[in-house]
Design a protein around this ligand. Structure first.
Ligand code: EPS
Length: 391
């Protein structure tokens, strides 16, 4: 397995969220502004709820960086929850439990019930606080560190939304280059790369909001400039496609991952499914198609990595009649709890997907090229890129 790891901690309404990343080599230039820009990208998206109006996520670096360069020691990131001041009694570390904001009507589709049973909580707030997608804030901060490492060796990551509910722009994307899709998504409130379609998507989200409903969708994350040979076929847990899928599925509410043409490939004859190999002195080995999404045998093949991820609708429904549930104390039928939530968070989830892809790729880079001094590692990457061309 790889050599970068991170752990994060923090409750949604606790004082702060933190993450420790270990394994980022020394002498990598790191910008805090870059991290904060990424955090603000995660906060965007038409259909977000009230919480995003309260928060203005900003990271503090508590360790591992000096005068703008990494030290090779663990990097600690801290993001304060502005909302914390409204929850000090409910989320108090000491003192007596309160029934205020207690949750006893688990929401279908959320971790509420399974978490309560598993950990033995009768107040399901204990589950919600950590299961919440608020946790993805730190993933984005960690991803922003990894992205800076990757960009320094020419690997760029982006994302865009393909569909929300039944509305899709997938058919319209074919002739738009990946990087252009990512660029256009930045200017769209729903992160779709076809600006003319924005209004349609916003109307659907408005409708869902009116109905007290929520919406899921599909987003794609890509990486360009990826060298041949990251990941490995020699053992199941070294295969990079598997590692990417795991990272994506670990994001709250994700229910499906495809790489390249994914499920569509299953319908094709072999001759229509695979990417033929060509050679050019300038480019080295290359493919004219990229149905494999940049991965063959669990190893990167030099083409852009393309990952498609499906997000289910958020479980909190604000409509009068939410979903059937059971009061965990009385065992009587009850409607599921309502919490402040988003109507949809697919645009934000795409930014989290970028962070997870950045983490997996940075890890794979370090695994292949070394993990101590970034200056040496960078040189090794350059030499290796020459070697793959002349192979
Ligand atoms: C989120 C913060 C949360 C939710 C959302 C994501 O804040 P709050 O619960 O205070 O409104 O808005 O999380 C969920 C919808 C969920 O079910 O976990 C964030 O920072 O992205």
């Amino acid at each position: 397995m790889g050599r970068i790891r991170f752990l994060n901690a923090g409750e949604s309404h606790g004082p702060a969220l933190t993450a420790i990343i270990e394994g980022i080599p020394a002498n990598l230039k790191l910008s805090l502004d870059y991290i904060n820009t990424e955090l603000s990208r995660r906060q965007k998206g038409y259909g977000r709820g009230g919480r995003m109006k309260i928060e203005k996520d900003q990271a503090k670096i508590l360790s591992g960086v000096r005068f703008g360069y990494t030290l090779g020691s663990p990097i600690t990131l801290l993001i304060e929850n502005r909302d914390w001041e409204n929850w000090t009694d409910i989320m108090s570390v000491q003192g007596q439990p309160t029934e205020k904001r207690e949750i006893v009507h688990p929401r279908p589709g959320h971790a509420d019930l399974v978490g309560g049973i598993k950990y033995g909580f009768k107040d399901l707030r204990n589950v919600l606080e950590r299961a919440s997608a608020r946790e993805t804030t730190t993933r984005v901060a960690v991803g922003a560190v990894c992205k800076q490492l990757l960009e320094d060796i020419g690997i760029k990551i982006g994302s865009y939304v393909v569909s929300i509910g039944e509305l899709s722009v997938r058919e319209l994307l074919e002739f738009i280059p990946l990087e252009e899709r990512g660029k256009r998504a930045e200017d769209s409130e729903v992160r779709i790369p076809i600006p003319e379609e924005d209004e349609k998507f916003k109307k659907l989200i408005d409708l869902a909001k009116q109905e007290g409903e929520s919406l899921g969708g599909v987003f794609e994350v890509f990486a360009t400039g990826v060298p041949i040979g990251l990941g490995s076929y020699v053992q199941w847990d070294r295969r990079l496609d598997g590692r990417i899928a795991q990272a994506m599925m670990s994001i709250q509410a994700m229910k499906g991952v495809e790489i390249g043409e994914g499920f569509e490939l299953a319908k094709k004859f072999g001759s229509q499914a695979h990417d033929e190999i060509f050679y050019d002195k300038e480019r080295g080995f290359y493919h004219k198609t990229n149905r494999a999404g940049g991965l063959e045998g669990g190893v990167t093949n030099g083409e852009p990595i393309i990952v498609r991820v499906a997000m289910k609708p958020i479980p909190t429904l604000m409509r009068k009649k939410s979903l059937h549930s059971v009061d965990i104390k009385t065992k009587k039928p009850f409607l599921a709890a309502k919490e402040r939530s988003d109507v949809t968070a697919v645009p934000a989830a795409a930014v989290v997907g970028e962070a997870m892809l950045a983490f997996v790729l940075a890890d794979a880079v370090i695994e292949k090229f070394g993990n101590d001094n970034w200056i040496e590692i960078k040189r090794r990457v350059e030499e290796y890129r020459d070697y793959t061309k002349s192979f």
